[in-house]
Design a protein around this ligand. Structure first.
Ligand SMILES: CC(C)(COP(=O)(O)OP(=O)(O)OC[C@H]1O[C@@H](n2cnc3c(N)ncnc32)[C@H](O)[C@@H]1OP(=O)(O)O)[C@@H](O)C(=O)NCCC(=O)NCCS
Length: 149
């Protein structure tokens, strides 16, 4: 993600969340040295269209996914799967062992998406979103186990 992507990112953000991130949030993440923000673009009528994005932090061997969304018009086409796949590979390459995220209890699409990648529900943060609980999910990379005899 770069500054030029932010208008389109915000458009998708507002269509995707009841309490969307502001421009300032995205700008701050672009300057934050522990933050990584990727956009996914598709080709449409000979032009590139921003279809989705993901923002995550990496701190030593832990990552935290802060935000992921796909344009409502382009959902259920595997775009979030591709985005998450790229982000998780990137994390693994950087030596991350464990990934955490929070998701609204009612957000079945996102929970299903994370489960497909092996995320497990670890605990509940009550009223994390004010009026709704968050499920904290965790994915532990198994790569290190290959080198332990
Ligand atoms: C969650 C979200 C990113 C999924 O994006 P997407 O591009 O539609 O997802 P994909 O097409 O890659 O689907 C991947 C898997 O997610 C699950 N999934 C996606 N949408 C779903 C839905 N509406 N209902 C149930 N499961 C769904 C399925 O397991 C799906 O795999 P399948 O299609 O093989 O069954 C998208 O719905 C979104 O932007 N939601 C609003 C923002 C949001 O809630 N982000 C998560 C915050 S924690």
């Amino acid at each position: 993600m770069s500054e030029e992507d932010i208008d389109e990112v915000i458009r998708i953000e507002r269509l995707s969340f009841p309490n969307p991130w502001t421009r300032g949030f995205f700008e701050r993440e672009l300057r934050n040295p522990i933050s990584y923000a990727f956009v996914e673009k598709i080709e449409e009528k000979g032009r590139l269209r921003l279809a989705g994005y993901i923002v995550f932090w990496i701190v030593t061997d832990e990552a935290h996914i802060l935000n992921i969304a796909v344009d409502p018009e382009l959902r259920r086409q595997g775009l979030a799967k591709r985005l998450l796949c790229v982000a998780l590979s990137f994390m693994e390459d950087r030596g991350v062992d464990v990934v955490h995220l929070e998701v609204r209890r009612s957000n079945t699409p996102a929970i299903n998406l994370y489960r497909r990648f092996g995320f497990e529900e670890v605990y509940i943060r009550e009223n994390y979103y004010g009026n709704e609980d968050a499920i904290v999910m965790r994915l532990v990379f198994r790569h290190k186990s290959h080198i332990i005899p």
